[in-house]
Design a protein around this ligand. Structure first.
Ligand SMILES: [Cu+2]
Length: 108
């Protein structure tokens, strides 16, 4: 019940491909956990999706079925981390909030 890797730092314009290695998961942006003007995405269960992120900032995402179990991930695009507080204040279930806090410590 984890994204691997769960934290990723990329350059603006890079593409991230979510590859399902196990059944029953998806990847979708967490509401309000992305920079203004940033690209949102919502993958279907078991679907491989690719997202190209051009707007710098932090993007928090989840697996919808396992959000409550803490299945979340974080992508840092470029060096602008000004939406970190917004991600910390986003509404997450307790386990997901704990996991996101761990991931936010890898931002740099
Ligand atoms: Cu999942």
């Amino acid at each position: 019940m984890q994204f691997e890797p769960a934290f990723l730092k990329i350059a603006p314009g890079d593409t991230v491909i979510f590859v399902p290695t196990d059944k029953g998961h998806n990847s979708e942006i967490i509401a309000d956990a992305l920079p203004a003007g940033g690209e949102a995405w919502k993958g279907k269960i078991n679907e491989e999706i690719s997202v190209t992120l051009t707007v710098e900032g932090l993007y928090g995402y989840k697996c919808l079925p396992h959000f409550g179990m803490g299945m979340v991930g974080l992508i840092q695009v470029g060096e602008d981390i000004s939406n970190m507080q917004a991600i910390q204040e986003a509404k997450l279930p307790p386990k997901a909030a704990d996991r996101m806090e761990e991931l936010l410590q890898q931002v740099g």
